[in-house]
Design a protein around this ligand. Sequence first.
Ligand SMILES: Cc1cc2nc3c(=O)[nH]c(=O)nc-3n(C[C@H](O)[C@H](O)[C@H](O)COP(=O)(O)OP(=O)(O)OC[C@H]3O[C@@H](n4cnc5c(N)ncnc54)[C@H](O)[C@@H]3O)c2cc1C
Length: 394
Amino acid sequence: MKKEKYDVVVVGAGPAGSITAKTAAERGLDVLLIERNAEIGVPVKCAEAVSKEIERFVEVDSGWVCAEVKGTISYAPDGTKVILSVEGAEEAGYVLERKLFDKFLAQEAARAGAEVLVKTQAYGVVQEEGYVKGVYARNAGGDFCIYANVVVGADGVESKVGRWGGIDTTLRLADVASCAQFLMCDIEFNRDYCELFFDYDTAPRGYAWVFPKGEHCANVGVGIGGDVSGEKHRAYDYLNAFVKDKFPNGKILAEMYGAVPLSGPVYETVANGLILVGDAARHVNPITGGGILEAMQGGEIAGDVIAKAVRENSFSKKRLQEYEKRWRKEFGKVLEVGLKTKNIVLNLSRQDLNKFFHSLAGGIRIKEFSERALLKEMIKKNPRMLFSLVRIMF
Ligand SMILES: Cc1cc2nc3c(=O)[nH]c(=O)nc-3n(C[C@H](O)[C@H](O)[C@H](O)COP(=O)(O)OP(=O)(O)OC[C@H]3O[C@@H](n4cnc5c(N)ncnc54)[C@H](O)[C@@H]3O)c2cc1C
């Protein structure tokens, strides 16, 4: 650490933190990005799929892309298949190598001028006169305090920065998906599509997935509602049952466990001297569980707003609320509709879930691969069931 005071300290070097740091550094700010793990991007806690919308934020590099996919295939409990693809496009998305992708983003932040410290964990925020003014952190060199005009909580699903700064980030068990995933080889899988399996017996209040990671391997996972997880019926147990049934002879190369916040965004994402981005702000689409793109988009907005705040030397909650307004305008509605749709879909009986899939059967072709376009199409095909959502979305 070269200084004791920065314009901005970002806690957590996932996609949200790295993009915030990069954007702020590009605008000339003194930025420190800290990461508790020894290696950025490791351990991976992700199924690693994103739509082509990612091209809005970064130039895609074959170094961190494992597979290009044409879309998704979702299966109902009765096996009804819904193919989702993009009109006029061969490919609709990518499966990433997150351990390389996250490093690439942190490297971009560093190249823009941000200082990066790994193996450095924040354990509290400095508060003075009602403002967050820095973080307490520790690393191999001991405990220390870093001052900053703005602290960014980009510390993921387990975020503590928000709570330390007075923002309520509580997650109910029912609002968390508990996940387990194996990286598997020696299995037969669809190399062109990400496949999703919806069935209460396979994955209660969630779904199972098989995402291709190149020619030979796939991410095979299960996410279940946190409130239905328990002894002998954890995500891990459901995953073992799924794998035994589908890929009895497959080999497991890696195991991963993690949680996804499906609550919809926290009520407030800013406080005096403090901004929350990515999973820390619960910026994950509750219907898909995807949060990489929201983390990047929120990070870009946060970096830009912080740069303006520094120019104006104003770090009040009121000033930082520009961030809140902008992310709500960009993707707030999609998260809101995603939450309502999740609540409807999760409460369908098996029979109604099958009916829901029948209404979509034959496939959905959307004009662009965005969550907004997908939800719009689902609503169009289910006017009765989803009528109430239309007013919120448009
Ligand atoms: C099983 C699973 C599957 C998923 N699949 C997908 C998918 O296919 N597509 C998709 O879009 N999304 C997916 N997600 C969600 C996606 O991984 C997250 O939305 C995304 O990583 C959010 O980025 P982030 O930067 O906010 O948080 P993270 O990527 O979690 O990064 C937070 C960082 O903060 C660090 N940190 C935490 N506390 C501290 C501290 N006190 N001090 C310093 N550093 C700290 C952590 O070590 C971590 O590196 C999945 C999640 C899970 C768990």
